[in-house]
Design a protein around this ligand. Structure first.
Ligand SMILES: [Zn+2]
Length: 205
């Protein structure tokens, strides 16, 4: 066979292989565990009768409602209004082995000028790099939609350290800041945040 013919056959063969598998396989399922930061007896941040617990609950129910993507499977660490010990939560997470654990919280500070979203990851996690990358993607996405978002912070919270998968804590804003409190309690704002979170989840690889 002439060399040019051999080369031609090789190219054809490689081209054929290039079209096998990825196109034919089912789209990858994205498993996410969403952890409601505070429930039950644990009310945490409270400002003028608006609690962190209520806001996080409202947001999670919106995420449930708005998720129409069949490839995104969302699991919840709590299905009832009952405090669940951290160990039980991470045991649940480590059984499911999701692509991401997203723990949702609302912040509070003695300084009422402090405002905006914050993301936390743990350097002590074996999945620190992946967690940080995901936090960066969330951060960029919210910044691009004109949200105020702080630098990603390191924190050694139990859920971040003990989850054997990428894990990120998202503080949605400060209840102790007037503007943040207003928007966190606002139905439309909550809808926007819930949709944005689903969008970020859909981009997980
Ligand atoms: Zn919290």
């Amino acid at each position: 066979m002439k060399n040019s013919v051999k080369l031609f056959l090789l190219v054809i063969t490689l081209t054929c292989f290039a079209f096998i598998s990825p196109e034919k396989s089912e789209p990858k399922l994205i498993n996410v565990v969403i952890d409601a930061g505070h429930r039950g007896e644990d009310f945490s941040a409270t400002q003028d009768e608006i609690t962190e617990k209520e806001i996080v609950e409202q947001l999670i129910s919106k995420i449930k409602t708005f998720n129409k993507n069949k490839n995104i499977v969302i699991h919840y660490t709590r299905s009832t209004d009952k405090f669940i010990p951290f160990k039980d939560r991470t045991d649940f997470i480590n059984t499911i082995k999701p692509d991401l654990v997203l723990s949702l919280h609302v912040n509070a500070s003695p300084n009422s000028n402090k405002s905006g979203m914050e993301f936390y990851v743990s350097k002590e996690s074996n999945f620190y790099e992946k967690s940080n990358l995901i936090a960066e993607n969330f951060q960029t996405s919210f910044l691009n939609s004109n949200y105020k978002v702080a630098e990603i912070k390191n924190a050694d919270f139990y859920i971040l350290k003990e989850s054997e998968v990428p894990a990120v804590i998202m503080e949605l804003g400060y209840l102790t800041n007037e503007a943040d409190k207003k928007s966190l309690a606002n139905n439309n704002e909550q809808n926007q945040i819930a949709k944005k979170i689903i969008e970020c989840i859909s981009e997980l690889k």
